[in-house]
Write a protein that binds this ligand. Structure first.
Ligand SMILES: Cc1cc2nc3c(=O)[nH]c(=O)nc-3n(C[C@H](O)[C@H](O)[C@H](O)COP(=O)(O)OP(=O)(O)OC[C@H]3O[C@@H](n4cnc5c(N)ncnc54)[C@H](O)[C@@H]3O)c2cc1C
Length: 443
């Protein structure tokens, strides 16, 4: 421990402001320690990607008001093992599934409201519980619960560096601050908003990507942990991608920009050529399949073309489709060779009557699949295999421990909530036994 004078001291410092951070903060505070949450976003943008979420995946032995059928622990574990392709840590998978069994009760007791499926306003789901009002409502309830319990909330507070002894350097506007904590929990998500980092790891094929979530996910805390010797989990540069409208904002387009109509039309690349069977997978996995496929095309762009019948039956979309009366006009509009586009239409076979409608597509990053390794107490593991006693991690920054580069709908919020709780309790236990020391004397 360095003999450092800090601007502020606390028992547990939490970097982040999404579901993982809030669950960690509430758990730690309920265990009797002082807690500061440093959220990089301003108050009106607080909550990271959690703001965009709708549901969470929970194990339950029988039907309930939240779900019309059972989803047992074994089935949940098997689903996780499958999507992780052997990369998931079995101890952590068991902890997640077990924790998911009580997570809706835990959240409800802290003000979060769920939507009974019988109201018919949400998609039918046996495996997930839906949040009434979505992720923002959950966050509002958790922030209020944290405040009521005496958690100190700092907004616009970016943790830029962690040192090996529990000191965090924070930038708040133009001001610098050091906070010395007995334990630090990293809940800062991925680095999907950091175009430079993505380009470094993914190479030139990155320019066409948009970030579906928070612009504050730039990965400073992850970078700092890796610099301190944390063992990494997942694959550097790997991302969960889905196909979105290419006119989406650079950040924060959320779920409405997803390209929902691919199974009803023909998809071509910038030259007008098809590159995959559009009807191969009409289920919910097609978003991710097409996100990956488009990321591999030149310029990371593609065009969805619908005939008039498909256009009339399509899901609502936030951007208008482009219209052309003939395939030649459409080719001119899209700057493609008409012969190539016509050949693609012939090969596709069922592009029916005009007019034709087009929608530009690109890959949208939901999250990066690269984080830090943790143990069952959510302690960050160092490269030599030892756990770091006072550094913990929860949420997407450690999700690759369970998922590798895979994903299951609703599991992101569950990982945040379950490991947030575990990290909060572990960090509080550590802080309570750590002897007081002059090292944290305020300046
Ligand atoms: C469009 C979209 C829809 C989604 N829908 C679902 C869904 O329905 N169900 C589901 O389970 N998952 C969903 N996900 C994934 C889910 O949102 C995440 O897995 C989950 O919310 C992650 O929680 P988290 O707390 O780890 O990270 P986040 O919620 O992203 O929070 C990270 C926080 O860290 C803060 N931060 C970043 N850097 C710093 C720093 N240096 N210092 C301080 N703070 C920092 C950010 O401001 C943010 O508050 C969706 C994601 C997107 C993008």
């Amino acid at each position: 421990m360095t003999n450092l004078t800090a601007d502020t001291t606390c028992d547990v410092l939490i970097a982040g402001g999404g579901v993982a951070a809030l669950c960690a903060a509430i758990s730690a505070r309920e265990a009797g320690v002082s807690v500061i949450v440093a959220e990089k976003a301003p108050r009106d943008m607080r909550g990271g990607n959690t703001r965009h979420s709708r549901n969470l995946r929970v194990a339950h032995g029988e039907a309930s008001v939240l779900s019309p059928g059972a989803y047992g622990a074994e089935e949940y574990s098997a689903d996780l093992v499958r999507v992780a392709g052997g990369a998931g840590d079995e101890t952590l998978i068991r902890a997640l599934v077990r924790g998911s069994e009580t997570v809706t009760d835990w959240l409800s007791a802290r003000g979060v409201v769920f939507e009974p499926f019988s109201r018919g306003r949400i998609p039918w789901s046996r495996k997930t519980a839906f949040l009434l009002g979505g992720g923002k409502s959950m966050l509002n309830a958790l922030y209020a619960a944290a405040e009521r319990r005496g958690v100190t909330l700092r907004y616009g507070a970016s943790v830029t560096e962690l040192t090996g002894d529990g000191v965090a350097r924070i930038v708040c506007g133009a001001a610098f601050e050091t906070i010395a904590a007995k334990a630090v929990i990293a809940c800062s998500g991925g680095y999907q908003a950091n175009a430079q980092w993505l380009r470094r790891e993914r190479g030139a094929g990155t320019g066409g990507l948009v970030n579906r979530g928070t612009p504050f996910a730039e990965g400073e805390v992850l970078q700092s942990l890796l610099k301190l010797g944390a063992q990494s989990a997942g694959v550097a540069g790997a991302c969960h991608l889905v196909a979105v409208d290419a006119r989406s904002p650079r950040h924060d387009g959320g779920i409405v920009t997803r390209a929902r109509n691919i199974p009803f039309g023909m998809v071509v690349d910038r030259s007008g050529r098809r590159f995959h069977d559009e009807g191969a997978d009409p289920g919910p996995r097609h978003y991710a399949t097409w996100g990956q496929l488009i990321a591999e095309r030149p310029g990371q762009k593609a065009i969805l073309i619908l005939d008039d019948v498909a256009m009339r039956g399509r899901f609502p979309a936030p951007f208008p489709a482009w219209k052309a009366e003939t395939l030649e006009d459409l080719a001119a509009l899209l700057d493609m060779k008409p012969d190539i586009l016509k050949h693609s239409a012939q090969e596709f076979g069922h592009l029916g009557s005009p007019p034709y409608w087009a929608q530009p597509l690109c890959p949208g990053v939901t999250f990066t699949c690269h984080g830090v390794r943790i143990d069952a107490q959510a302690r960050v593991t160092l490269r030599d295999g030892r756990p770091c006693e006072h550094l913990f991690a929860a949420g997407m920054i450690m999700a690759p421990n369970l998922l590798g580069t895979g994903y299951l709908s609703g599991v992101g919020v569950t990982i945040g909530a379950v490991f947030g709780r575990i990290a909060g309790e572990s960090a509080a236990r550590h802080a309570l036994v750590r002897p007081p020391t002059g090292a944290w004397a305020p300046r």
